[in-house]
Design a protein around this ligand. Structure first.
Ligand code: DGL
Length: 267
């Protein structure tokens, strides 16, 4: 079997690369749903259905374990997939993991008490970060801010406007005295340096490309049923549900080198 990594688009390539760098022997299959991105303003039903189809595609590629790198899909579809679909669809020996709990765990590992979160409208409005945080501690505050302009800015080379947009979005989190900002969206890893620079010293920024690989390695250590089964040829395959020259160029930029992307039929 292989490890599947799914994102609504290409931002998850940053996570896939970080996982590959951390565990270079694992065989990985990446799928980005470029045909239907962005997910961030979609309904729950649409996000669930698209995510389910993409996970099914990764299962068909021999990925018994799939990481949903997309925060929006983790927030809006993961629970339903784990609780209703996986058992009902009769997929024994397969599992789907998300990025929200590991990200919160990383913040708790650092001992922060006053967190800020930025993410898409769908992620923030789901309330899943505060909900999951409450399960482990009542004493930690989290202030959320939906930052829907960031993905289009990243995707359309809108860096020139980034300063004003970050000021607008991050100011309320600074005013709340947040000690640490969680970047709750695959794309935001690309902005981590600008966000760190913007916030200055004294406010930590947790970026999921720096969190998920170690958390996944930890999961595999505790789950030999997957760790023992994953093939270890160090390969990484890339699939997208729609290919354009623009996506190819963006994929190369995000992954840091030219990559061979194939078209997946997911719908
Ligand atoms: N991948 C999504 C996430 O991490 C962001 C892009 C989208 O809206 O689809 O939330």
């Amino acid at each position: 079997m292989k490890l599947g990594i799914f994102d609504s688009g290409l931002g998850g390539l940053i996570i896939a690369k970080a996982v590959h760098d951390h565990m270079p022997d694992l065989d990985i299959v990446y799928l980005g749903d470029t045909l239907r991105l962005p997910y961030g303003n979609r309904s729950d039903d649409a996000i669930y259905e698209f995510t389910r189809q993409c996970v099914e595609f990764l299962f068909s590629q021999d990925c018994n374990l799939v990481v949903i790198a997309c925060n929006t899909a983790s927030a809006r579809a993961l629970r339903r997939l784990q609780q209703e679909w996986l058992p009902g669809a009769n997929y024994p020996g397969r599992n789907v993991l998300g990025v929200i709990v590991p990200t919160l765990e990383a913040a708790l590992d650092h001992g922060y008490h006053n967190l800020g979160l930025i993410g898409t409208n769908a992620t923030v409005n789901s309330g899943i970060y505060p909900e999951e945080l409450k399960k482990v501690s009542e004493k930690i505050d989290i202030t959320q801010k939906a930052t829907p302009l960031l993905v289009p800015l990243i995707e359309n080379e809108g860096e020139a406007w980034l300063g004003d947009v970050l000021e607008h979005y991050l100011e309320p989190l600074k005013a709340r005295g947040c000690e640490c900002i969680l970047l709750g969206c695959t794309h935001y890893a690309l902005l981590k340096n600008q966000i760190r620079k913007h916030l200055g010293q004294g406010i930590e920024v947790l970026s999921q490309d720096e969190i998920i690989p170690a958390k996944l390695a930890d999961y595999l250590e505790r789950h030999s049923e997957y760790a023992d089964e994953i093939s270890r040829g160090g390969t990484i395959e890339f699939y997208v549900s729609d290919i354009t020259p623009g996506y190819k160029a963006a994929a190369a930029k995000l992954y840091g080198r030219e990559i061979d992307i194939q078209k997946a039929e997911v719908a």
